[in-house]
Ligand binder design. Sequence first.
Ligand code: UT7
Length: 324
Amino acid sequence: MAVTSIIKGTGSYLPEKVLTNADLEKMVDTTDEWIVQRSGIKERCIAAENETTGMMAIEAAKSAMDAAGFSASDIDGVIVATTTPDRTFPSVAAKVQGELNIPHGLAFDIQAVCTGFVYALATADNFIKMGQAKRILVIGAEKMSSIVDWKDRTTCVLFADGAGAVILEAAENDKGLEGQGIHSTHLYANGSRRELLQTSGGASTTGDAGVIEMQGRDVFKYAVTYMADVVEETLKHNNISSDAIDWLVPHQANIRIIESTAKKLDMPMDKVVVTVDRHGNTSAASIPLALDEAVRDGRIKRGEMLLIEAMGGGLTWGAALVRF
Ligand code: UT7
């Protein structure tokens, strides 16, 4: 019987403060119309000073643990996908483990920018399938507002803050694709295009975290192509058509990229979880935030098939096929 990783619970945390497009009109030379037409974003949450990536990760983790009915002693691993850690080191994962009194299993961060959650999910799934962990807390948490240049209208209208979490548990599956669990993960990077989306600095160069610099139009073209490629590969690998997918849970960067992937899959938009209008682009947090919203409002039900996909800086991209 094959070992698989089941999503036992989901959780999330959003900062209280909402920044609308009207607020941004007062800060940079932009309009609500431009932002909505080009990205689909209407508002986003921006963290206060005390709402650090670690704090938001901890809150998301607590709500996932409540949903799964697990206490800290049940968990033996913590993986946090983030680009905006509280400190260069130790990891946000170590902070989550320490603050929640989770036992001394593995704890580390993964940095794959907007694809971070898919990378973290795949990594946790592999640890579980190798028998090296039984229950892993997988978190995507970001305070993107801390690395945004608030004078750059091409990026400051897009990025935002938040955290989402899932708990994976090892289980046996003898039903193939009909069984619950992570059926496949697909990860990629094209480092030769890393300059299209980067920060202006870092610890070993400028000595600070830097701010986001993005060639939006070029990233957009790569996103559309890579998303189409990776979802097609995921279906082919599992020998299914898009009819088998109940929900597309995409990274929330731009509604036009999401619509293009849905069209490629021939999926109606009512089978796509969309939060970009209210959350903006929360990088590694966007997928677990979207997943948790759709689980809690009853759209995503147990036993349904999810296709998860993301693309971001690196360039990185990836997908996962999961029966919830
Ligand atoms: O999550 C990680 C991956 N990231 C992404 O997937 C983001 C991918 N890129 C995008 O989503 C889109 O490229 C953007 C939303 C960033 C931009 O949309 P676009 O349709 O590609 O616009 P553009 O960059 O081609 O800019 C069009 C015009 C430019 O003016 P000119 O050169 O045509 O005169 C920009 O200067 O819009 C101007 N512009 C703005 N105008 C008003 C750029 N930002 C703004 C703004 N408000 N905030």
